[in-house]
Design a protein around this ligand. Structure first.
Ligand code: ASP
Length: 336
């Protein structure tokens, strides 16, 4: 190839790369053990359709040149509004028969973060978490204080706590309490291993090369004493930096003790692990070695996506930089 031709070819290749910044989006609707026959074909279709609506909501923003922060909030909002998932409407019941919601959001390149725990009347906990990040001097607000802060933000819709009720979560509480009552009370925590989770989350890479992550949940069925899980804890359930973002779902106590979300990104940053290797090691080795289970979604600045889980199923959806997309529930099912 002659020299001028080579230069022109190189410039064309460079401008093509510059003109096409990568975007990527990955979401989850919770990891857990959902037996295949527990979902009717209609349930299954609805789960896939809702995951696709969440992907579309986030992706629209990314394609329009919007921020990863807006994209993860938009995707999580769709899942919070769906009664299928354990976040917002459809959140699990606590031991007192009410709902206490946890959420967090983080922007990678600025390391700004906002989180709320034990919220009872804010329709969208993820919007409240973002408001904490943007309109308060703090990172995390809990309980009555978080509610009082919400009072200062009229744009946040409030609902009675019963608005979050659903019949299937009520039945799950009754079942958990029956099982608890039939036990001696002296059994170790491991015997109470939860079978279903259902938290929601999203991680996105925008055209500006920035990553954000968000997670929202009702926590765990029959939780007591103001229990707070990993979802609102920055570094445990949610993390984003300038090269990696994670949203976790699983048995929160173990995710807190393993700093799952931060550990995955730290392995990428400090050890140069691939995103896939880092996510798999933490979710499939470190968490189970301690007795926990669950999954996570992770994304890096090149648009690589990892979605490991060890719980049999994880509601999940993804759109890769090349535009290929899919949604899935169980391990072995083809992407839809
Ligand atoms: N991680 C959540 C919690 O422990 C539960 C879930 O992922 O569904 O609160």
């Amino acid at each position: 190839m002659r020299f001028p031709v080579l230069i022109v070819t190189m410039l064309a290749a460079m401008s093509a790369t510059a003109a096409e910044p990568k975007t990527a989006l990955v979401i989850h609707g919770g990891a857990g053990f959902v037996p295949k026959d527990a979902l009717s074909e209609e349930d299954r279709r609805d789960v896939h359709a809702t995951l696709n609506r969440a992907l579309d909501a986030g992706n629209r923003i990314l394609q329009d040149g919007g921020t990863s922060l807006d994209a993860v909030e938009a995707a999580v909002l769709v899942l919070e509004e769906s009664p299928r998932f354990n976040a917002g409407k459809g959140a699990v019941f606590n031991a007192k028969g009410g709902h206490e919601l946890d959420a967090s959001i983080m922007e990678g390149h600025t390391r700004r973060a906002g989180a709320v725990a034990g919220v009872t009347t804010v329709r969208s906990p993820i919007r409240l978490a973002r408001a904490v990040m943007e309109h308060s001097p703090h990172v995390m607000l809990a309980g009555d204080g978080a509610e009082a802060f919400a009072d200062t933000r009229p744009e946040l819709e409030r609902v009675p706590n019963t608005w979050f009720d659903t019949d299937h979560r009520k039945r799950a509480l009754e079942k958990a309490q029956r099982e608890e009552a039939s036990k001696s009370g002296a059994r170790p925590l491991e015997d109470d291993a939860p079978k279903y989770f259902g938290t929601v989350g999203a991680v996105a890479l925008d055209k500006h090369g920035h990553i954000a992550a968000a997670t929202s949940t009702g926590g765990m069925t029959n939780k007591k004493w103001g229990r707070v899980g990993d979802a609102p804890i920055i570094g445990a359930g949610t993390w984003a930096d300038d090269r990696c973002g994670v949203s976790g779902t699983g048995w929160g106590e173990f995710y807190i003790r393993s700093a799952v979300a931060h550990d995955i990104c730290a392995r990428v940053a400090y050890r140069g692990d691939s995103l896939q290797a880092a996510a798999e090691e933490v979710v499939n080795k470190i968490v189970p070695a301690m007795g926990g289970d669950g999954g996570a979604i992770a994304l890096d600045r090149d648009g690589n996506i990892a979605m490991p889980f060890n719980s049999g199923s994880m509601f999940r959806g993804w759109i890769r930089p090349d535009g290929t997309r899919g949604t899935g529930i169980h391990e072995d099912e083809p992407a839809r």
